[in-house]
Design a protein around this ligand. Structure first.
Ligand code: ATP
Ligand code: MG
Length: 559
């Protein structure tokens, strides 16, 4: 770390040798990642309900689709939209698009018909590959998408407006019987556009982030790097892949239309030859069954999912012997999640990270002892990345100071699709303004403090909602909490909280407030606490939807 005023870059965390050695193995393009995956052959790749697809089956189907798209006139850089829930066809559609030289454009499967139509219009997708449910939602709006020329569908009753995907790539169960064809002959460069992912829309309308092949392919090395770094910090040698070890299996809970599901989870499975166990819909008890049935070695998601998994395991007294690691990120983790996890599943190595759509998923990550030693931190940045913490004028702040997190690296997207203004606001000379407030310690461990947009200012004092929420979560009966501004005539705003209590809890607002007051400076203690029965609304990325909740305190004043 350098002195304040000079750019402070925590590019390499204190272990020499690991970063470059591991990153030398990063596939330069997603096609190279695909070739690695194809080499895993007859191993099972996807498990979905009673269906099992091998790496060979997946590779043949994606190649067949890519060739068909090229033959149908798709050109390099065209957008191919994917509107599907997590299904075996999802990675086939994604790589079918990429291998044809197109920009894979995953749309949020939770979106309504008009939102999906917006994704098609905004990206100008020429081809859409949809599942039955998404197609039904979109069907009335297809006429509003002038660039759209072709619709392929899967898992639905035949519809004359669409071509069944199975007509091109074969029915799901017969994928392995497909011919072994060469990949389309398309020139691909690591700096070519590969993906257009929409952000979660937590702070407004989702933005379309365009990432290159290099950006997406960089992410697949994040977990191997993190594991190697942890081992080296313990004085052990980095784990080497053991070809005779049983196949690893990951329970996939995160949607593939989110960069974490796609680049981190799918990418890791393709690279390492792991099995991806897809869930039809999240249910903690069903997850326990699947982990046991499939011998899952890892699971992950947003913090709420990890919390529900740990709680369900503890309540059912199930120790999940196959499970080695649980990793989460994407939203602030409640203070004692790592402790809850450790109590419920003592052998599981916890891991956490920070990232955003614009950083192609994982940007910081740590696990095990590193994490336990820095339980508030989301880890140090990956060694190929640089970080700065800046004040509102853009001046670089010293370690320990809270400011806006700015990031740079090969995994940062090149901009927002069709939006030069937003791109220029967010990116300058490769540095991305994240909109997150963070601080870094001397070793480079980062702690996310809040989003700039969520921070409250009470009479000139900053209040980080995350900190107040964590103090509320520490109460054993609080299972969900959000802190929002309560308007105040002279102070501007004060903190208010909405909390959800565990069933049967006898706590009331004044008890929760007293609990918070014992942990927080007086000005941070919520002036109003509303107790709610149902869980707080969240978007598919697991983040609390603050906008509709703001109305609870809007116009409320204590004076
Ligand atoms: P939008 O940009 O459309 O408003 P979004 O920022 O929620 O939505 P994503 O790209 O899915 O969309 O999420 C990235 C954001 O998630 C980060 O900027 C950060 O605020 C939050 N986040 C990610 N990981 C963590 C973490 N470990 N701790 C706290 N916050 C996190
Ligand atoms: Mg964002």
């Amino acid at each position: 770390l350098t002195a304040p005023g000079a750019p402070f870059a925590i590019a390499t965390v204190p272990i020499r040798g690991v970063p470059t050695r591991i990153w030398e193995k990063a596939p330069p393009t997603l096609r190279d990642l695909f070739r690695i995956a194809r080499g895993h052959g007859e191993k099972t790749f996807v498990v979905y309900q009673d269906e099992r697809v091998t790496f060979t089956g997946f590779a043949r189907a994606a190649t067949t689709l890519a060739r068909a798209l090229v033959e149908a006139g798709l050109r390099k850089g065209d957008r191919v939209a994917i509107a599907q829930r997590n299904l075996p066809e999802w990675p086939v559609s994604y790589f079918g698009a990429l291998l044809a030289g197109a920009i894979a454009t995953p749309l949020n499967a939770w979106w309504t018909g008009p939102e999906l139509a917006y994704g098609l219009q905004h990206s100008g997708a020429r081809v859409l590959i949809a599942d039955g449910e998404r197609f039904a939602r979109l069907a009335p709006h297809l006429g509003e998408c002038p660039a759209l020329e072709r619709v392929l569908t899967t898992r639905m009753e035949p519809d004359p407006r669409a071509t069944p995907l199975a007509e091109i790539v074969g029915p799901v169960r017969d994928w392995a019987a497909l011919p072994d064809l060469p990949l389309p002959d398309i020139a691909l460069d690591p700096e070519d556009d590969a993906t257009l992912f929409y952000t979660s829309g937590t702070t407004g309308k989702p933005k379309g982030a365009v990432g290159t092949h290099r950006a997406a392919a960089t992410t697949v090395m994040a977990y191997p790097y993190s594991a190697a770094r942890s081992a080296l910090r313990r004085g052990e040698s980095p784990p080497k892949p053991d070809p005779s070890a049983p196949q690893r299996a990951a329970l996939l809970v995160i949607p593939l239309f989110h960069v974490t599901g796609c680049h981190a989870s799918l990418g890791a499975a393709l690279y390492g030859g792991h099995r991806l166990v897809m869930m039809h819909r999240w249910d903690a008890n069903a997850a326990l069954d699947l982990i046991e049935r499939e011998g899952c070695t890892s699971a992950g998601g947003v913090p709420t999912i990890a919390w529900q998994l740990a709680t369900a395991a503890r309540e059912a007294g199930r120790l999940l012997p196959s499970l080695e690691g649980v990793t989460y990120g994407g939203a602030p983790a409640a203070g004692d999640l790592v402790r809850t996890l450790g109590e419920a599943l003592p052998k599981v190595v916890p891991g956490t990270g920070w990232g955003m759509t614009e950083t192609s998923a994982t940007f910081t990550h740590h696990q095990g002892e590193d994490y336990l030693a820095h339980p508030e931190s989301c880890g140090p940045p990956l060694p190929v990345c640089e970080v700065r913490i800046v004040d509102p004028l853009g001046d670089v702040l010293p370690p320990g100071a809270v400011g806006e997190l700015c990031v740079k690296g090969p995994n940062v997207v090149r901009g927002y699709w069709d939006d030069p203004t937003a791109t220029a606001e967010a990116l300058s000379e490769g540095w991305l303004r994240t909109g997150d407030l963070a601080r870094a310690d001397d070793e480079g461990f980062l702690t996310i403090v809040d989003r700039i947009k969520d921070m409250l200012i009470r009479g000139g004092e900053n209040i980080y909602c995350c900190e107040v929420e964590n103090a509320l979560y520490a109460h054993p009966d609080v299972i969900d909490a959000v802190v929002l501004p309560v308007p105040h005539p002279t102070l501007g705003e004060e903190p208010g909280a909405i909390v959800v209590l565990a069933e049967g809890s006898s706590a009331d607002a004044s008890e929760i407030r007293a609990f918070a007051a014992a942990r927080l400076a007086a000005f941070k203690v919520p002036v109003r606490i509303v107790i709610r029965d149902e869980l707080l609304p969240r978007n598919p990325a697991g983040k609390i939807l603050r906008a509709p909740l703001r109305a609870v305190f809007a116009g409320v004043s204590d004076q």
